[in-house]
Design a protein around this ligand. Structure first.
Ligand code: TYD
Length: 138
């Protein structure tokens, strides 16, 4: 299992193409921008503002989180330190490496969190208990 720290979690800014005639913006993700091949895409939506998502770490999975609409906070923990990143720009996403505990909260009304993942869904890749996570990572 990989031992990463929260410093290894990085923000990636995507190109933003603003239309010259006021028709809005366009952002694009091409394969060079992510360090993994996309195996799965899913998205969170209709999340109540007091709801809490995540609350787990992954052993091998890499994920790129993008706030397609609205905003939310991502709390990152590596067993020693923690930091909170607010995602609120549709062209700025968060690359989460394996072995990082994450919690998502404070979803704005209408927020949509797109997740690009390096693997297909596998419950065996999850660590859902924080004490177990801490034992393995600190
Ligand atoms: P979970 O990853 O725990 O959601 P979150 O971290 O956003 O709170 O997944 C919630 C439920 O959805 C869980 O029962 C597993 C299921 N699920 C899938 O079937 N496929 C998937 O790709 C994902 C991400 C979740």
């Amino acid at each position: 299992m990989k031992h990463n720290t929260i410093e290894s979690v990085s923000l990636i800014e995507l190109p933003k193409i603003s239309d010259e005639n006021g028709r809005g913006n366009l952002s694009v993700i091409e394969k060079e921008i992510l360090p993994f091949e996309i195996a799965r895409v899913y998205y969170l939506y209709d999340v109540p503002s007091d709801a809490y998502r995540g609350g787990h770490a992954h052993k091998n999975l890499q994920q790129f989180l993008l706030p397609l609409s609205g905003s939310f906070d991502v709390i990152l923990k590596d067993g020693k330190n923690s930091r909170t990143v607010t995602l609120n720009k549709p062209n700025k996403g968060l690359l989460i490496v394996p072995g990082i505990w994450r919690e998502l909260e404070n979803f704005s009304s209408g927020a949509v969190c797109l997740v690009l993942a390096s693997e297909v869904y596998d419950e065996a890749d999850y660590i859902r208990d924080f004490e177990t996570f801490k034992k393995q990572f600190s």
